[in-house]
Design a protein around this ligand. Structure first.
Ligand SMILES: Nc1ncnc2c1ncn2[C@@H]1O[C@H](COP(=O)(O)OP(=O)(O)O)[C@@H](O)[C@H]1O
Ligand code: SF4
Ligand SMILES: [Mg+2]
Length: 465
């Protein structure tokens, strides 16, 4: 099968006041059509920066080198305009926080229809019908009604479903999902993973699944790349990686989660310490300060990602000078890499629960929050008459708040006129900044313009219920 994505020696650095941040330090991998590669690692290991480099969405202070071949074309060096065409035609991204991936001032329907009309060239009517189809596919009930809803009217899980529907709208060849379940309730996580699998089977897309959760990797990935301090430290097919782990860091990641596939039950073994700062890294194994089997040679140079023998005959690579000493069961010299902690039985276990003394007792606790109006936000609408109608930012609006009177809300904040007035604001060049603030502020649910005329501006001050 051919590769839809080939990344070679990808390096990303950021200029910062403290010095050059080497966020990604030579990442290489391939993803075949319809396959899933899981990239796993602790926070700060360079997973998101890798995915943003592929999408061409990195900050301007980023310097990217190496090669990213997507569907036969080199992405590095493409202009923003060229990248936006590529992004709309086959590259789809699902971010961790669905609220920030959706534009708060446009309806869900508008956002789906925009993806379909701009990138798929559909008419408004065709796009509407397809959008309804997609919302149904991702399990949104009453899709016609929901098309007119705004992101803040959806729960986190439903928003992520919408994001997946938008990803599917472009018939993706590659879906990049960056921690797509981290911000969701545990009960919703499994549903979203099901949906990503469904999106993958509907579209035949390959998936780059970025996560810090080994459980997600076990369930979704065909191949796994473990990253540490901006570099891959272990790479293997998923079954091999879970059953013949060769790099102490990966062994630590697996030892820190409960394993239902292991017969003998052992206490969890956390990895001590923190990942290193990615500035001026010494030429040594970056895991040395945390590794339970470190030897002095580990500090003589950074081990390359090299092939290790595999009993199952698959390609397995690890960046550790002692990998060959670690056996299939994760033992070194017959001992576990991470010393097994002795579990001391709590003295509390000796006393039956009902005989224990009460530390805190709560009975019949009720707490209610009065709502001014609306289901999701309590809100107050402010009307004021500035001497000159100025498109101010919400920050300024809040300052004005002291000099204006609060009057009861008369219009639903998600009515059509609200959105109409906000898009009208964005048409004037002098108000673009206000519109940007507007969007940013809605997602923080603080303060939004709901209508504006030559003499009056109405602001809704929103606070989450
Ligand atoms: N714009 C930036 N400027 C400077 N450093 C950054 C920037 N973006 C990310 N980094 C740094 O790059 C490193 C990797 O970040 P990231 O890829 O987001 O980690 P994660 O694996 O948690 O997704 C972190 O140390 C982070 O601080
Ligand atoms: S090279 Fe040394 S410090 Fe690094 S992971 Fe291997 S044993 Fe540990
Ligand atoms: Mg991240």
């Amino acid at each position: 099968m051919s590769n839809i994505l080939s990344v070679r020696d990808l390096k990303v650095t950021f200029a910062s006041e403290a010095g050059r941040v080497d966020a990604v330090r030579g990442v290489s991998f391939d993803i075949e059509q319809s396959k899933t590669l899981g990239i796993v690692g602790e926070s700060g290991s360079g997973k998101s920066v890798t995915s943003l480099a592929i999408m061409g969405l990195l900050d301007e202070n980023a310097k990217v080198t190496g090669s990213i071949i997507y569907d036969g074309q080199e992405l590095l060096g493409k202009s923003d305009k060229q990248m936006s065409v590529i992004r709309g035609n086959g590259l789809a991204m699902i971010f961790q926080d669905p609220l920030t991936s959706l534009t708060p001032v446009f309806t869900i329907g508008d956002q789906l229809i925009e993806a379909l009309t701009i990138h798929r060239g559909m008419s408004k009517k065709q796009a509407w019908d397809r959008a309804i189809e997609l919302l149904t596919l991702v399990g949104i009930t009453e899709p016609e009604k929901r098309m007119k809803g705004f992101p803040h009217e959806f729960s986190g899980g439903m928003r992520q479903r919408v994001v997946i529907a938008i990803a599917m709208a472009n018939n993706p060849k590659l879906i990049i999902a960056d921690e797509p379940t981290t911000a969701l309730d545990v009960t919703i996580q499994a549903q979203i993973l099901d949906l990503i699998e469904k999106a993958q089977s509907e579209t035949g897309a390959a998936t780059l699944m970025i996560t810090h959760d080994m459980g997600v990797v076990a369930r979704m990935a065909d191949d796994v790349l473990v990253m540490y301090a901006g570099k891959p430290v272990e790479q293997a097919p998923v079954h091999e990686l879970f059953h013949a782990t060769r790099m102490p860091y990966s062994i630590g990641l697996l030892g820190a989660i409960p394993r239902v596939d292991k017969k003998e039950k052992q206490p969890l073994t956390p990895i001590k310490g923190n990942p290193p700062l990615l500035i001026n890294l010494p030429d040594a194994c970056p895991f040395a300060d945390r590794c339970p089997i470190v030897i002095s040679a580990c500090r003589d140079g950074e081990p390359p990602l090299a092939e290790v023998p595999s009993a199952s005959g698959v390609q397995h690579k690890a960046a550790c000078i002692r990998s060959h000493e670690i056996d299939e069961n994760g033992l070194i010299d017959g001992h576990p890499v991470y010393p097994v902690r002795e579990v001391v039985e709590s003295v509390l276990n000796l006393v039956p629960r009902e005989q224990r003394s009460i530390t805190l007792e709560v009975q019949n606790l009720n707490k209610t929050f009065p709502l001014s109006k609306g289901a999701f936000f309590k809100r107050k609408v402010v009307t004021f008459t500035p001497s000159r109608t100025s498109p101010s930012t919400c920050v300024r609006a809040r300052r004005w708040r002291s000099s204006v009177s609060l009057v009861p809300a008369r219009r639903r904040p998600c009515s059509r006129s609200w959105i109409w007035s906000s898009s009208r604001m964005a048409t004037s060049s002098s108000t673009v900044r206000a519109s940007t603030t507007f969007a940013a502020t809605v997602s923080n649910a603080r303060c939004v313009v709901i209508s504006r005329s030559s003499s009056k501006t109405r602001w809704a001050l929103l606070t989450p219920v």
